[in-house]
Design a protein around this ligand. Structure first.
Ligand code: ADP
Ligand code: ADP
Length: 226
């Protein structure tokens, strides 16, 4: 578990686009934060900076007491789940879930134990020897989540993880994500443009517009009738 802190964070891309403008935010241990806002408002850029997939132009990122601006993605103890799953197509489910653990030097026995446990949690233990192209969209998303949880990260980052699923599956997976997050108590940041998803998942919502936080609070505070 971990606290995440953003202090005056800015992102200017090399083409001059000022995607994130002076964002300050403190996310508590175990909290589930949802970023909502129109397309192009900077949600994904914020998430990618926390993941270490984009540099921070100005400002500071902290996980607990550690400044992570210059820490490599692998060493940040964060795990990201992408909209397009981002699985390795030539690897099996087991291979996909093991990859990060192998890279950080876990033993074979340890890896197998973690992979099996995560696969059971996500109900994909029967698919461990299949390749991604032999799985449905929902199953692929489960593998992507499995790959995230095996690493026992301090922070989960979700970038519109359900937008490629049909409506029914979206609801089902949303409920599972929430349950899993509650059970694991992992601090989570979730990007979506789906209002229902935002309302049902969030402990607190950050409404983002034009690279800035417009509002931040509990769903009930932000969406109550005027
Ligand atoms: P940078 O300018 O930060 O070096 P690039 O222009 O090389 O980034 O693009 C990196 C990635 O971001 C590419 O995959 C590209 O398709 C994507 N990208 C580039 N410009 C935009 C944009 N305006 N909005 C969204 N994605 C973009
Ligand atoms: P959102 O996730 O809310 O849709 P993004 O973070 O993807 O928004 O984009 C924020 C702004 O930054 C947009 O204006 C977008 O065009 C721009 N942008 C995103 N990625 C890149 C990139 N790689 N290079 C240049 N501009 C980018």
């Amino acid at each position: 578990m971990a606290e995440v802190k953003l202090t005056n964070v800015n992102k200017v891309y090399s083409n001059g686009a000022h995607a994130v403008r002076g964002v300050n935010m403190e996310i508590a241990d175990g909290e589930f934060i949802v970023f909502v806002g129109p397309s192009g408002c900077g949600k994904s850029t914020l998430l990618r900076m926390i993941a270490g997939l984009e540099t921070v132009t100005e400002g500071d990122l902290h996980i607990d007491e550690n400044r992570i601006n210059d820490v490599s993605p692998a060493e940040r103890n964060v795990a990201m789940v992408f909209q397009n799953y981002a699985l390795y197509p030539h690897m099996t489910v087991r291979g996909n879930m093991s990859y990060g653990l192998k890279n950080r030097g876990d033993s074979k026995e340890e890896i197998e134990k973690k992979v099996i446990a995560a696969a059971k949690t996500l109900h994909i233990e029967d698919f461990l020897d299949r390749q991604p192209n032999q799985l449905s969209g929902g199953q692929r998303q489960r593998v992507a989540m499995g790959r995230a949880i095996v690493r026992n990260p301090k922070v989960f980052l979700f970038d519109e993880p359900l937008s490629n699923l049909d409506a029914k599956l979206r609801v089902q997976m949303r409920i599972e994500i929430k349950k899993l997050q509650r059970k694991m108590g992992v601090t989570s940041i979730y990007v979506t443009h789906d209002q229902t998803e935002a309302m049902t998942l969030a402990d607190r919502l950050a409404v983002i517009n034009n690279g800035q936080i417009e509002q931040m609070g509990k769903p009930i505070e932000l969406y109550k009738d005027p």
